[in-house]
Design a protein around this ligand. Structure first.
Ligand code: NAP
Length: 265
């Protein structure tokens, strides 16, 4: 199927690693020119090289999206884009209410939510003028089904989802759509590291293969029975980015293996 992405230009924030890198690679494989982003030049350059080696087109920009200045630098470096994927962010699986202060909640909101707001303010007016565009937030299943761990992260995801829907209302009848993807657990390098440490502390095993089934049962029970792989989430982002999805806006697309609330199952 042709996703009609050839000739489109996309900025994927936080694409120097993990899910963002997977989204960037798939967009480029479909013919989009991709602006890779991160804070570390070496990591961003590696992703660009991998895309080029596969025959795709990519450049990179650097900047901390936790500040207005950093976001302005990223937007200026990217230039006009047709597709903005707001993926940059962080999580802290092992943290709980008792060791989180108000400053921790503010810090995660700043990076996971306000980074998107900063780029939307800079890049969406151009999409509006050109009459076509895509804004895609990466959120998380925890935005709807928070867990006992990382409540500050769950709250930031609820905000990411709400932001996507509110922006769709703002962009009514402009040709620019706004949606969110809500993944379950994704086996990126950072998540594997975080979750292996958590699993070992909980006594769920020593290796990842031992820990994964126990972790899924305890923290993210789902009908597929495992954690997702980055390309499985990236595929849904590509679909929402495609002109084939012109009639989808204000949606939160769950890609979570059928994650369910264990208490209600
Ligand atoms: N992994 C999961 O299980 C999971 C599940 C649901 C949702 N998500 C969401 O998916 C997104 C990607 O997760 P991931 O597992 O791929 O994470 P990751 O491997 O740690 O990658 C995070 C990316 O975000 C960038 N980033 C972080 N803070 C930034 C900041 N202040 N300014 C600019 N860039 C920043 C990082 O850049 P540097 O290279 O400079 O560090 C990196 O490129 C996150 O927003 C996360 O909340 C993840």
């Amino acid at each position: 199927m042709d996703l009609q992405l050839a000739g489109k230009k996309a900025l994927v924030t936080g694409s120097s690693a993990g899910l963002g890198a997977s989204i960037a690679r798939l967009l480029a494989a479909e013919g989009a020119s991709v602006v890779v982003h991160g804070r570390d030049a070496g990591k961003a350059e590696q992703v660009v090289k991998a895309i080029e080696a596969a025959g795709g087109q990519a450049t990179f920009v650097l900047g901390d999206l936790g500040t207005d200045e950093g976001a302005a630098q990223v937007a200026a470096g990217a230039g006009a884009v047709d597709i903005l994927v707001n993926n940059a962010g962080y999580f802290e699986h092992s943290r709980r209410w008792d060791d989180l202060e108000a400053a921790d909640w503010a810090a995660i909101y700043n990076v996971n939510v306000l980074s998107s707001v900063r780029l939307i303010k800079q890049l969406v007016p151009g999409m509006r003028e050109r009459g076509w565009g895509r804004v895609i937030q990466i959120g998380s299943v925890t935005g709807n089904l928070p867990q006992v761990t990382q409540p500050h992260y769950a709250a930031s995801n609820a905000a990411r989802h709400t932001l996507a829907v509110a922006l769709a209302r703002e962009l009514r009848e402009t040709g620019v759509t706004s949606n969110a993807v809500a993944p379950g657990g994704i086996l990126t390098g950072t998540a594997k590291e975080n979750l292996t440490a958590l699993g070992q502390a909980q006594g769920w095993g020593t290796t990842w293969d031992e820990i994964e089934p126990n972790l899924v049962r305890a923290l993210g029970p789902n009908d597929v029975g495992r954690i997702g792989r980055p390309h499985e989430i990236a595929g849904s982002v590509l679909y929402l980015a495609s002109p084939l999805a012109d009639y989808i806006t204000g949606s939160i697309l769950k890609i979570d293996g059928g994650w369910y609330d264990a208490a209600a199952a």
